[in-house]
Design a protein around this ligand. Structure first.
Ligand code: ATP
Length: 366
């Protein structure tokens, strides 16, 4: 068990005459027993961050501490950390039992009997006890993934680091393993940092999520906070599926004026915007309400271009009637609702659900 902190951690790689800043001044505090998901697009610095924590990569600037001790110069094998990779990294010539035991022999000085019983217990926990005498080549992808997890768990480390451990599994297996990993984390209560580029994994698994872009930390918060109160345009667009709709708007008096619509603001929202006039209005597809007819301040006539039935919901592509540029945006409505593409509807953007961002800096103002 351990808490872990990153203080102004930076990683620079030399690339000929240039320097790549893969991780840029990142600070995060991770509590003992917390499940933190590190998420962001390809190349944003997730793996590099994890590798620095593991001791597989040097740190250019800043400090990493485990239980209050700076570990920057501590070798990987002395950090009491177990890492699970996307590739599983199992030894093909060893049985499952030998693979799991090997991790223990490397990192502990337990007697044979204790090691055997630890392997058996962990195999039972992961429901792979009947596979112990098989070799990795004789296992399915999902089973290999469990063995890779077992090899980490059996060591009883202070910290787990997981780098996209589910990305080689098919969608159904992945969602099953997602739940199982959460259950395991609840049982074992080990501080875990889990890297993924998949925002669904981040939303469903993390106690908190840390969102990275271009090596810079964008927000660290609970999944719901990131969803409801994104710090900036990047987080707003990254979290949520389908993505939040964005409209370029200009503040004129107490209205936001965009292509084909004018959105009046109540006094408290107007006050949050200050003097900035170049803004972006954001609204999530699931927050837009579609009516047959209605005429209020936040209601706009729309045409429906595409209806995509998903079963539990319909994804619609709609456009403002008054928009000459024919731009479209996404709306989701419940699956039982019949939507006729040849009819004009009214889209309602509830003020409680809209977000407003500074167009230049991306910062959320409301
Ligand atoms: P992915 O999801 O694609 O694995 P990531 O978020 O894990 O991406 P990193 O692998 O941490 O990203 O890479 C961050 C940046 O650092 C990238 O621009 C990458 O090209 C660069 N980088 C990583 N390792 C090295 C290296 N050894 N030498 C030079 N540049 C590197």
């Amino acid at each position: 068990m351990a808490d872990l902190s990153l203080e102004h951690v930076t990683k620079r790689f030399d690339d000929g005459d240039d320097q790549i800043v893969a991780v840029d001044d990142v600070s995060i505090e991770i509590d003992d027993g917390e499940f933190l998901v590190l998420v962001g697009p390809s190349g944003c610095g997730k793996s590099t961050t994890l590798r620095m924590i593991a001791g597989l990569e040097t740190i250019s600037d800043g400090a990493i501490t485990i239980d209050g001790e700076v570990v920057n110069d501590r070798p990987a094998q002395r950090r009491d950390i177990a890492m699970v990779f996307q590739s599983y990294a199992l030894y093909p010539h060893m049985t499952v039992r030998e693979n799991m035991r090997f991790g223990l022999e490397e990192s502990t000085e337990l007697d044979d009997e204790t090691m055997d019983s630890r392997v058996e217990e962990t195999a039972t926990l992961l429901e792979i006890d009947d596979l112990l005498e098989r070799k990795p080549g004789e296992l399915s992808g999902g089973q290999q993934q469990r063995v890779a997890l077992g090899r980490a768990i059996v060591r009883d480390p202070a910290v787990f680091l997981m780098d996209e451990p589910l990305s080689n599994l098919d969608a159904k297996l992945r969602s099953g393993m997602r739940m199982e990993l959460q259950r395991l984390q609840d049982d074992l209560d080990v501080t875990t940092i889990y890297v993924t580029h998949d925002q669904t994994e981040a939303m469903t698994m993390g106690d908190r999520i840390a969102i990275l872009n271009d090596g810079e930390l964008q927000q660290v918060a609970t999944p719901l906070e990131c969803y409801h109160r994104p710090n900036n345009l990047f987080v707003a667009g990254f979290i949520g599926e389908p993505s939040m709709n964005f409209f370029d708007v200009t503040l004129e008096g107490d209205h936001l004026v965009g292509d084909g619509f004018e959105y009046p603001l109540s006094e408290p929202v107007r006050e949050n915007l200050g003097d900035t006039t170049d803004l972006v209005l954001g609204v999530r597809p699931e927050d837009v309400e579609i009516y047959d007819a209605r005429d209020g301040d936040h209601d706009f006539p729309v045409h429906v271009d595409v209806v995509e039935p998903m079963g539990n919901e319909n994804n619609l592509l709609v456009g403002f009637e008054a928009d000459e540029n024919d731009a479209t945006f996404n709306v989701t409505v419940e699956g039982m609702r019949r939507i006729d593409p040849d009819t004009t509807y009214v889209a309602h953007f509830p003020e409680s659900a809209v977000h407003v961002f500074d167009r230049r800096s991306g910062t959320a103002l409301h």
